[in-house]
Design a protein around this ligand. Structure first.
Ligand SMILES: [Zn+2]
Length: 269
């Protein structure tokens, strides 16, 4: 699939245009003989829903793509379903889920920036870039990103994996945390690890990154070596943290996440 991001709405309508319609993180999908797809302009006409906050997000294999928020909140048509984006992994191509994630991120930003944070006036979409402009005080808001670090800590051929209180299922993963203002990514890695499991690390190196648009994170992954300290979990976020060797890994996150890519990297050392 070839995706070309853009923000300038095409002048002409296209019946084949794809619509990524979001409702609180859920994506509107069409069910075609047991498989899910992204509805096009004609499908939306059948469903009779008027999306709000419509944003052009680019083209996919030449088809225009729009993001919008579901205005009605509900509809009754068995051929359509609102699905949590993450439950669609494995059911539609991964690329479409990431485009849906991009749409989710932009719609979430658009809905939460309808009014100027500085003077309270209603904002407008800026004409020459993806941003919200306040016509009253000229304050500009760009789509929000919340960067977070995610770290694989290695000690003597073992990896530290933890169970987070927020995980719905009992699986173990690498440690992660949001970057704070004024902090470098490396400082964030050290602080998060110290706070969550009480140890220090050294030799922090970059691994890769992944957008995590549920609704607006960017994951920046690192690998680090254990330096000193005894693992003591903070109990507020982390309820258990243990060193695992590659031959006795517990239940770990699904393939799609960079957390899993870090663990798979460790498994192949
Ligand atoms: Zn303003």
């Amino acid at each position: 699939m070839n995706f070309a991001p853009d923000f300038k709405t095409p002048s002409s309508q296209d019946e084949s245009a794809l619509w990524f319609i979001l409702d609180n993180g859920r994506l509107l999908t069409k069910i075609n003989t047991n498989h899910f797809c992204i509805p096009n302009t004609a499908d939306l006409g059948d469903l009779n829903i008027g999306p709000s906050n419509v944003l052009y997000i680019g083209s996919l294999d030449g088809k225009p793509c729009y993001a919008g928020a579901l205005e009605t909140g509900s509809f009754s048509d068995a051929n359509f379903e609102l699905r949590n984006l993450r439950t669609l992994f494995g059911l539609i191509p991964d690329e479409l889920i990431w485009f849906g994630g991009r749409a989710n991120q932009l719609i979430y930003w658009s809905l939460t920036h309808r009014y100027c944070g500085k003077c309270g006036h209603e904002t407008l979409d800026k004409a020459d870039e993806r941003a919200k402009l306040c016509p009253q005080c000229q304050h500009v808001n760009y789509p929000r990103l919340s960067p977070a670090v995610i770290v694989a800590i290695i000690k003597n051929n073992q990896i530290l994996l933890a169970r987070n209180r927020r995980f719905k299922l009992p699986f173990y993963s690498v440690l992660a945390g949001f970057v704070e203002p004024g902090e470098s990514l490396e400082e964030c890695v050290k602080r998060e690890i110290k706070e969550e499991v009480g140890i220090t690390v050294r030799n922090i190196r970059y691994f890769g990154s992944q957008p995590w648009p549920f609704p607006d994170s960017l994951m920046i992954a690192f690998v680090a070596d254990y330096a000193a300290g005894k693992v003591v979990v903070d109990r507020s976020e982390i309820i258990e943290a243990t060193w695992f060797s590659k031959n006795n890994l517990p239940k770990i996150p699904p393939k799609i996440s960079i957390a899993r890519q870090l663990i798979d990297w460790f498994s192949q050392l």
